[in-house]
Design a protein around this ligand. Sequence first.
Ligand code: AKB
Length: 320
Amino acid sequence: MSKILVIGSAGQIGSELTLLLREMYGGSNVVAGIRNTKPSEKLTESGPCEVVDAVDPDGVVGVVKKYSIDTIINMAAILSATGEKNPMLAWNVNMNGLINVLEVAREFKMKQVLVPSSIAVFGPSTPIDNTPQETILKPTTIYGVTKVAGELLGDYYVRRYGMDVRGLRYPGIISHETLPGGGTTDYAVAIYYEAVRNNRYTCFVNEDTRLPMMYMPDCLKATIDLMQADFSKLKHHCDYNVGAMSFSAGELAASVKKYMPGFEISYEPDSRQEIADSWPNSVDDSAAREEWDWQPDYDLDAMTRDMLKAIKEKQEKGLI
Ligand code: AKB
């Protein structure tokens, strides 16, 4: 039985991943590591919660010892838009936090470490359509720089120390449980909330901005599938492309309109447009499909139906 520590448990992906892992392995076997975000009741009531900051290795060691942790998932990260506002913070959290986690994992001979990456590893010179697994990695954001370095660092720990370190390049993740914070792809979540609240949305990227995206159930499935994959079958380790869907902001709006005909959208691009323009339209995820049977379930319309239903329910309960 694994004893898992999820660092960044109160975040968009961490919050749902922690709850799913607790369902799978039992609440007491999955420790929610939170920093300064208030965790939800679901999180505090379903298993142990500890204050863990990846940039404080002694704190990580304390929790590892207390719960005999053998697996760490490091979801703590400063995303693209916040990173551009504070590059040093992004470097500190994304790089120093990561190397601390890898060193603690090495010292305590962890069974596995998951270190997520992102489509932000790509840049303007990367082929934009069906972006290959092996390609040019010259990002123009500090977030992307830290994610490229993070992939290389994870692979280094695999090669140099024989550790089991894995990671995948998340596209924009869309969900209704916990809001994303500080990313460029946040518009693809905000549009649903604003559609339900106000029947209109002002989008911060152009109508024709197309990016790879994924609905949370597929994100959780990809994460768990990669964690459970047979290590000996993996030819890559910390840099898997994972695709699910690819749509423009205009296509996203049309999908919302299909279920809410009165919905209106306008476009006022800000500094995040340049970041979005530096990322691919879609990715080639054949390595993930071949090496660990990756297969997404949701397309845009299935996701839109689900998102609108869930957010309307939240509104009826007075939660938004
Ligand atoms: C962001 O927009 O910064 C993130 C990502 C694509 O990694 N959602």
